[in-house]
Design a protein around this ligand. Structure first.
Ligand SMILES: C[S@@+](CC[C@H](N)C(=O)[O-])C[C@H]1O[C@@H](n2cnc3c(N)ncnc32)[C@H](O)[C@@H]1O
Length: 406
C-alpha cells in the first residue's frame, strides 16, 4: 500500500473496502509480515479480528500525508507553547480521564475509599487532583521529573498541598534506591503509574521506555499494600514484554481490566487497572528480582537492536517461556483484556479518518489550492474537535514493536 493509492481515498467506504481487500485477499501471516509485526503480534493478529482491523486501519491512516501534517502541526503548536505554559487544559483532561477510568471499573477509587496513594509521573496533576478532591481524607505522594527537565509544572491546587507531598526525581533512580520517598506503614492502597505516556516526544528509545515501565513496576511492587490497587498505563499492542507484564499482573491481583478513557483514544495506550493485591512476600521478591535482571539487561551497552529483537531477548518477569506466554489460554486471556481497548482505538481512528477525508473533500469541492495556511487552519479545526488530546496525540502514529511503539 503506497501513499498514492491512499491519497486517492475519497470516502470512508473507500478505506473500508481497502481494509477488507487487504485482509481478504492474502493469507493473514503474509499481511502480518507486510505490516512488519513481531512474532508476538502475529500470533494475536491471526487470532483477533479487531486487532487485525485496527492494525490495517492504522497503517492506512498513518500513511496519509494529511494525517501526518495534522500531527506535525499539533506537535509544532505544542512546541511553540511558552515554557511556563500553565494552561489548565491538560490538568483538566487528565482529571477527567481518571474519572472515566474510575467509572469504567465500578468506582473503586472515590468517595473516601482511598487513604494513601502514590502517583508516579504526577504532573501536571490531574489524577492526583481527582483523587484528593474525591477522597477528602486521602494523603498522596507524587513523584515526577523536575519542571526544568520535563517542562511540565505541577498544577495541583495549593488547597491540597497539606495532603500531597510533591517530589521531583527520575523514577528509575527511585527504583534503583538512589532516592527515596515517604511510604506509609503497610504501603499505599493505590499506586498510579503514568510516566510512560509522552516518551516519544521526549525522544526516548524503546529501551528507555521499557526501563520506565519496569522501574514503575519495581516501585509499585515494593510499596503497594496488601489488598491495594495499581493503575498503570501500558502500550496496548500485544508485544511480548507487555504480554509478560500482563501475566504477572494477573498473578498478583485478584482482578485486572484494561480501560481506555475518551482522552488519548487514538493512542495505543491502555490503562490497566489491577485491584486487590494478593502476592506473598516470596512472589513479590521473585518478581522484583526478575525486574532487576530485566533492567540490567536493558542497561547493557551492547544491545543496539531494535525493539523487536531487543524485547525478544529480555528475561521475562513472569519466569515463563515465550511459548507458554503465547499459548492458547494465555492468548485468550490477553485478547479478552485488550480487545475492548483495541475496539475503542479503532473507532477513534475511523472517526478521525472520516473527519480528515471530509475536510479534504470540502477543500477540493471549493477548488481551493491547499496552502500552508489552509492546512494549518484545518489541523487547528480538527484539533479543536479533540480538546486536550494535543500533547499526547502527536505520538500516535508508530505501530509495531520494531518502530517507536506508540
Ligand atoms: C502524561 S504526564 C502524566 C500526567 C499525570 N498523570 C496527570 O494526571 O496530570 C507524564 C509525566 O511523567 C513524567 N515523567 C517522564 N519521565 C519521567 C521519569 N523518568 N521519572 C519521573 N517522571 C517522569 C513527566 O514529567 C510528566 O509529568
Amino acid at each position: 500500500m503506497d501513499h498514492n493509492t491512499i491519497s486517492r481515498f475519497i470516502t470512508i467506504t473507500d478505506v473500508e473496502e481497502c481494509v477488507d481487500n487487504i485482509l481478504g485477499s492474502e493469507p493473514l501471516d503474509t499481511v502480518a509480515r507486510r505490516l512488519q509485526l513481531s512474532a508476538s503480534e502475529i500470533s494475536f493478529f491471526t487470532y483477533s479480528n479487531v486487532l487485525r482491523k485496527l492494525l490495517v486501519w492504522k497503517q492506512l491512516y498513518r500513511l496519509r500525508e494529511d494525517v501526518d501534517r495534522f500531527y506535525s502541526d499539533q506537535s509544532q503548536h505544542n512546541r511553540a507553547a511558552p515554557p511556563d505554559n500553565q494552561s489548565p487544559l491538560h490538568l483538566e483532561a487528565f482529571e477527567k480521564a481518571f474519572k472515566d477510568i474510575n467509572d469504567a471499573c465500578g468506582r473503586p477509587f472515590g468517595r473516601g475509599r482511598i487513604n494513601y496513594f502514590l502517583d508516579m509521573g504526577f504532573a501536571p496533576g490531574g489524577f492526583s487532583t481527582w483523587l484528593l478532591r474525591t477522597n477528602p481524607d486521602a494523603n498522596g505522594v507524587g513523584i515526577t521529573l523536575s519542571p526544568e527537565a520535563s517542562r511540565i509544572w505541577s498544577q495541583v491546587d495549593p488547597q491540597f498541598r497539606p495532603r500531597f507531598q510533591e517530589n521531583h526525581g527520575d523514577i528509575r533512580r527511585l527504583a534503583a534506591g538512589d532516592i527515596s520517598i515517604n511510604v506509609p506503614l503497610g504501603g499505599f492502597d493505590l499506586v498510579v503509574a503514568n510516566v510512560s505516556v509522552m516518551l516519544n516526544e521526549n525522544g526516548l528509545e524503546w529501551k528507555d521506555r521499557v526501563h520506565l515501565v519496569y522501574a514503575q513496576l519495581v516501585v509499585a511492587f515494593r510499596y503497594i499494600a496488601l489488598g491495594g490497587s495499581l493503575v498503570i498505563s501500558l502500550q496496548a499492542g500485544p508485544f511480548i514484554y507487555i504480554v509478560d507484564i500482563l501475566d504477572v499482573l494477573r498473578q498478583c491481583f485478584r482482578t485486572t481490566r484494561a480501560v481506555k478513557p475518551k482522552f488519548q483514544r487514538r493512542r495505543s495506550i491502555a490503562y490497566v487497572v489491577c485491584q486487590d493485591y494478593i502476592s506473598s512476600d516470596d512472589t513479590r521478591r521473585s518478581f522484583l528480582r526478575r525486574l532487576e535482571l530485566g533492567i540490567q539487561y536493558l542497561g547493557r551497552t551492547d544491545i543496539h537492536s531494535d525493539a523487536t529483537s531487543g524485547t525478544s531477548g529480555m528475561p521475562r518477569i513472569s519466569g515463563l517461556t515465550d511459548e507458554r506466554l503465547l499459548n492458547a489460554e494465555s492468548r485468550a486471556y490477553i485478547v479478552s483484556l485488550l480487545e475492548p481497548v483495541w475496539q475503542r482505538q479503532l473507532e477513534a481512528i475511523q472517526e478521525h479518518y472520516q473527519k480528515i477525508l471530509g475536510s479534504g473533500n470540502e477543500l477540493a469541492a471549493r477548488g481551493t489550492a491547499e496552502t500552508g495556511t489552509v492546512a494549518a487552519a484545518r489541523a487547528a479545526a480538527a484539533a479543536a474537535a479533540y480538546p486536550g488530546e494535543g500533547i499526547i496525540e502527536t505520538t500516535t502514529l508508530s505501530g509495531h514493536e520494531g518502530k517507536a511503539q506508540a
